[in-house]
Design a protein around this ligand. Structure first.
Ligand code: FAD
Length: 122
């Protein structure tokens, strides 16, 4: 398992949103959810601007072996949008309507691409 900083540096070139660590200025603002009693600290926050960013974020969580939480509006009363020591995948910058099937197809295509690239390298 690589370190969070290394994995974020690897993911960063293709990621069009923001990848936030606890030391980043916007981190505390982004980790906040509507229920003020919920005060969790994700290991990192991937603020996504599109489907390709979600694919990168899921890949990042896999690389790091982190659990994920998914944040939409952050209004879930139980504060399920956030997680301690996991990766918060923040979808709040995405204002359009996206099909879950498109996201899953993109993730599968990326996995196939990664596998064939590894085979070519051998
Ligand atoms: C003041 C207030 C008023 C409200 N009024 C209404 C209302 O009028 N009508 C209504 O219908 N609802 C209302 N709600 C409820 C709220 O709209 C719902 O809880 C809604 O689902 C929140 O959507 P969200 O995008 O903000 O979720 P977020 O808080 O962003 O949560 C994300 C969702 O993803 C899920 N999730 C997170 N991680 C994972 C994971 N790893 N795997 C799978 N799932 C995951 C969470 O369980 C959660 O459902 C209200 C809530 C509040 C606090």
């Amino acid at each position: 398992m690589s370190s969070i900083a290394e994995a974020i540096a690897l993911a960063a070139p293709s990621f069009t949103g923001e990848l936030l660590r606890p030391t980043d200025h916007a981190y505390d603002d982004r980790r906040r959810v509507h229920n003020g009693l919920v005060d969790k600290r994700p290991a990192a926050i991937a603020s996504c601007h599109g489907v390709a960013d979600i694919v990168d974020a899921v890949q990042l969580a896999r690389t790091l072996g982190l659990e994920v939480s998914v944040r939409g509006g952050g209004h879930n009363v139980a504060g399920r949008a956030t997680i301690d020591q996991g990766l918060m995948i923040d979808l709040s910058p995405m204002k359009g309507v996206f099909s879950a099937a498109t996201v899953v197809r993109s993730i599968k295509a990326r996995q196939r691409f990664g596998r064939s690239r590894r085979l070519v390298r051998r």
